[in-house]
Ligand binder design. Structure first.
Ligand code: D54
Ligand code: ZN
Length: 280
């Protein structure tokens, strides 16, 4: 069942208020994304985000098109962003090879046909993370590397939130239809992301937490600003953030995360900033 897709339905914030830890985890957390030799996909009805993990071993893995996608081929009406958090690998899109590793993202345009993913070394496999959203026009499939990305230095050591943000799929860097995507690395000793927190009703967001040392966890904060909840996240797990939810977190150590957004605009700064003292 490597090609199965899991469907996540929309949750009204009033329902989230009543959820216990188990229900919050079942509806919002995406686990087991990186299974050796497998493609794992989740389809969320928040902005129709598809979240996938692909770990090829000796053989390349073709990207499947589950029935939920509603098209003959995965990218017939979608775009996607791929970041590799594992060993070196490559993505082949219609015969063109894109080597992918480290701080870089591959943008895959609507209209791409055959997509297959490989690891250079099965003993150190690639771990491809992909987020895909509906797309209305064809653009240019291309790699955005760390040098091309917008780079922001945010936070401070004193508030334990010093972090470097790479904006790979960002309007100042590359044209996409609605997807924005990037990677944030916490500096050693910093543990907080996105505090003060924000919401953005115009967009949904999904976080993938990674680079977390063995035995450590991130307490991901979600919920309406005056009804916050937490989900304890392990390395390599993603969490869905509907438009009504904050998305912030504190780790028991430093970590990194990949964020991706989709919705009515691609304006990263269009956030409704919250004051820490207003959170409940
Ligand atoms: O809307 C923007 C997203 O929440 C993230 O980009 C925040 C983030 O990467 C950070 O503050 O470190
Ligand atoms: Zn956000």
């Amino acid at each position: 069942m490597t090609d199965a897709i899991e469907i996540r339905h929309n949750i009204h914030p009033e329902m989230a208020r009543a959820m216990d830890s188990e229900a919050l985890r079942r509806h919002f957390r995406i686990e087991a994304l990186f299974v050796p030799g497998a493609v794992r996909m989740t389809y969320s009805h928040i902005d129709r985000l598809v979240v996938a993990g692909v770990v090829p071993l000796a053989d390349p893995l073709p990207l499947p098109t589950p029935r939920a996608i509603g098209q003959a081929r995965f990218f017939d009406a979608r775009e996607g962003g791929v970041i590799n958090i594992g060993g070196p690998g490559r993505v082949v899109v219609d015969g063109q090879t894109y080597p992918l590793a480290g701080d870089a993202a591959l943008y895959i345009s609507r209209g791409a046909g055959e997509v297959s993913l490989s690891s250079d070394d099965a003993a150190d496999p690639a771990q491809f993370y992909m987020v895909s959203t509906p797309a209305h026009k064809e653009l240019q499939t291309q790699i955005v590397d760390g040098a091309r990305a917008n780079r922001l230095e945010l936070g401070a050591q004193e508030t334990a939130n010093r972090r470097t943000i790479f904006q790979f799929l960002h309007p100042e860097v590359i044209e996409t239809c609605q997807l924005t995507m990037g990677l944030t690395r916490l500096h050693p000793g910093s543990v907080w992301n996105t505090m003060p927190a924000h919401t953005h009703d115009r967009r949904s967001e999904v976080y993938l937490y990674f680079g977390l040392p063995e035995g450590q966890r991130v307490f991901h904060l979600m919920g309406e600003p005056d009804q916050t909840r937490h989900i304890v996240m392990a390395n390599g797990e993603a969490v869905l953030s509907p438009s009504w939810s904050i998305h912030s977190g504190a780790g028991t150590s430093a970590y990194a995360f990949i964020w991706a957004m989709a919705g009515d605009n691609k304006d990263f700064a269009d956030m409704d900033q919250l004051r820490i003292e207003d959170l409940k």
